[in-house]
Write a new protein. Structure first.
Length: 342
């Protein structure tokens, strides 16, 4: 079975992708420095798949360790690169940490594969679009001035991949532009595991509902949207994980679009924050304690993806709706209450 390297594989999207790779008959191999995840996730994955994934703990910013790993593992045919810092707010406060971590890890990994044919799937983000001029946003939309160092690292990383794919010929790459990943595996054994106070909406909702947080603040109720709150394209993390398997398969088959390509990974439908809250209350049966507060700097008002290209050319389409996103996120939060991780 083809060995696929999953960097950041103990993280939220990484762990779900490891499960889907296993389900698709691949052998996932994880590298993670555990800076934003917990090693117990390996046991959780084993409870789901029956196999504890091969795991290597080191930082991809360590060039020597990265090269040594690649030399010792010649049978890896593909890479799914998640390992990066990803908190928008933190990146504004600590830009150097973001540029160092996100670029050194990517470049070390690419350098270690110089001259070796490799399929490479990159975790990118819809933040590259900024505030789109037209909606739904397609992959042909112009990349806008990044609203944060985090978003800038995604834009520049995409440019690096496009240029090295054209220059060297041994890298076959796909960048997946995620919209908003939410939810958890149906087993409720893995899910989003924010360290400290959650930055993202869904974990804040579920932690408020379970009583870990006193209330949710909706960042802004006076935007130019139907109910005044921001609109996002929420996508179930399991659907997102399956998109990575589809990308690996396309690269193995040979992408007719060439050796660098970009795909939107969303549902094509936008929900406002208040609609997301209502969907959570319906799915969980829990009334949520929230208030409308001031806007959050840097927030995009409305963004949702055009997924025509992904459906037609990646051979992938999201299947799970907002109800399952909310129900699975709630089931995971309740699991954590009885089985704390970390
Ligand atoms: C969603 C909406 C907030 C928290 C970012 C990155 C993206 C991806 C996901 C990594 C916004 C509102 C949130 C809260 C709120 N990153 N909100 N109260 O900012 O759309 O996307 O995280 O994978 O690349 O850009 O996600 O979940 O932070 O916010 O009202 O306590 O929820 O204002 O409208 P965001 P988010």
């Amino acid at each position: 079975m083809s060995k696929i390297l999953v960097t950041g594989g103990t993280g939220f999207i990484g762990s779900h992708t490891v499960v889907e790779l296993h389900n698709a008959g691949y052998t996932p191999v994880i590298i993670d420095n555990l800076s934003n995840s917990n090693i117990q996730i390996l046991d959780q994955i084993a409870k789901i798949t029956g196999v504890r994934p091969e795991f290597h703990e080191f930082d991809l910013c360590d060039e020597a360790k990265t090269h040594a790993f690649v030399q010792a593992n010649p049978d890896i045919t593909g890479i799914i690169h998640f390992a990066a810092s990803k908190a928008v707010g933190e990146s504004v406060e600590q830009p150097l940490k973001y540029y160092h971590n996100n670029f050194f890890s990517l470049i070390n990994l690419l350098n270690a594969y110089r001259g070796k044919p490799i399929n490479f799937v990159f975790s990118s983000s819809c933040t590259v679009y900024g505030e789109p001029d037209t909606l739904p946003v397609t992959e042909a939309a112009p990349v806008k001035q990044a609203a944060s160092p985090y978003g800038n690292t995604k834009q520049i990383s995409e440019e690096i991949l496009a240029e090295i794919s054209a220059a060297y010929g041994n890298y076959n790459t796909i960048a997946l532009r995620y919209f908003n990943p939410v939810g958890a595996h149906s087993s409720a054994l893995i899910g989003e595991l924010p360290l400290g106070v959650p930055q993202n909406l869904l974990p804040f909702i579920t932690q408020t509902a379970i009583g870990k947080r006193e209330k949710l603040t909706v960042f802004g109720g006076d935007y130019d949207t139907p109910d005044g709150s921001c609109i996002r394209d929420y996508i179930h993390v399991v659907d997102l994980a399956k998109a990575h398997v589809a990308a690996i398969r396309l690269l193995e088959k040979g992408n007719p679009n060439g050796n660098y390509d970009v795909f939107n990974v969303g549902t094509g439908k936008g929900y406002s924050v208040l609609e997301a809250i209502a969907a959570f209350e319906k799915a969980s049966g829990q009334k949520l304690n929230y208030v409308i507060g001031p806007r959050r700097d840097g927030d995009i008002i409305r963004v949702w993806g055009d997924v025509t290209k992904s459906t037609a050319q990646l051979g992938w389409k999201a299947e799970l709706g907002i109800d399952e996103m909310m129900a699975s996120a709630w089931a995971w939060e309740k699991y954590l209450q009885e089985n704390p991780i970390g």
